[in-house]
Design a protein around this ligand. Structure first.
Ligand code: UDP
Ligand code: MG
Length: 318
């Protein structure tokens, strides 16, 4: 396998409106750097014309297109790209031009100068709606806690990884994963730089609230038992409160008599409902983990590659 210096991996799902502009900006940047490179575009089961556009790009050198059999999700698509990557340094980015390709030389420079394993990015002046930014803020806080790595922005996919880190990530075979967090498991030297952020060039976001919540749960559940722990502590606190409250009721009954206690029965109902609700919530969280364990033991492939398109290069033996 012939190595290249820099690989760029881009997941593509229904991005027909953006691909021409993306490649129009990305390729000049890559050529300008004067390093050997490849661009790997992974079609994550797009339903629009993206795949056909991608196949046309694959006719030019330095570009490979991976076609997945269906939609596996952004992180699985990136993993599929990682599986054929030849670069000593690997960069991931989005296809919708929210991550400006012009920032890549910066990433590459920091990566080389500091001999880092991972260079993350912080989106300067983030161009997303409030409803999209708020969950990110929460998840960034949680991610910092559970990975113990003090990165500020986990959601920005414009990131650089060293080859060893990527090789270890593809050995993981996790069903639901969150690549920026997974990388920190293997990375020793990690840093973050600021990059600019743009509006989505065309089309619309592929993350409705439902998918977003799922992704955030992937991040929390695949890297920690935090939710289960929280429930445990919550449970201890609740029973303690329950005991105190029971004592209070007993005393009140003795002091104010039976009638007072009987009239308070609806308060008890209200309390009961709160507790029952919490129990259901707890069950749900445990169920979520069990569901994930079930998914993992089934050992289904996390992605299936249908085809890889590329132009054969001189001296290229594959
Ligand atoms: N994407 C993907 N598979 C999916 C959803 C998204 O490959 O199921 C890709 C998408 O084409 C884009 C990137 O992941 O390159 C980020 O998606 P999007 O811009 O919709 O997310 P947002 O910026 O709204 O978080
Ligand atoms: Mg986007």
């Amino acid at each position: 396998m012939i190595r290249v210096q820099v690989s760029v991996v881009i997941p593509v799902y229904n991005e027909e409106a953006n691909l021409a502009a993306l490649m129009g900006r990305l390729l000049p940047v890559m050529k300008e750097m004067g390093k050997s490179f490849e661009v790997i575009l992974v079609d994550d089961g797009s339903k629009d014309n993206s795949l056909n556009l991608l196949k046309e790009f694959a006719a030019s050198p330095n570009i490979k297109v991976v076609e997945l059999t269906r939609n596996y999700g952004q992180h699985a698509a990136i993993m599929a790209g990682f599986s054929i990557v030849r670069g000593n340094m690997i960069i991931t980015m989005d296809a919708d031009l929210q991550n400006p390709p012009e920032e890549i030389p910066n990433l590459v420079r920091v990566m080389e100068e500091g001999r880092y394993d991972v260079v993350g990015t912080i989106r300067k002046g983030r161009k997303d709606s409030f409803l999209r930014i708020l969950p990110s803020k929460i998840i960034n806080m949680v991610a910092r806690k559970i990975t113990g790595v003090s990165m500020r922005d986990w959601g920005c996919m414009l990131r650089a990884y060293s080859r060893p880190v990527v090789e270890r990530m593809i050995e993981c075979h996790e069903q639901a994963t969150f690549i920026p967090a997974l990388a920190t498991v293997f990375a020793k030297r990690v840093t973050e730089i600021e990059v600019s952020h743009e509006e989505r060039f065309g089309g619309k976001s592929n993350y409705p609230l439902r998918k977003l919540i799922n992704l955030q749960f992937d991040l929390v559940a695949s890297f920690s038992n935090l939710p289960i722990k929280l429930i445990m502590y919550g449970g201890i606190l609740m029973s303690f409160t329950g005991v105190c409250f029971g004592l209070f009721l007993a005393v009140a009954r003795l002091v104010y008599g039976v009638r007072w206690a009987a009239e308070g029965i609806f308060t008890l109902f209200a309390i009961l409902f709160v507790f029952v609700g919490l129990q259901f919530f707890a069950l749900g969280v445990i169920g979520e983990y069990i569901g994930r364990i079930y998914g993992q033991v089934r050992k289904r492939p996390e992605y299936v590659i249908e085809n890889i398109y590329y132009a054969i290069e001189e001296g290229d033996i594959r």
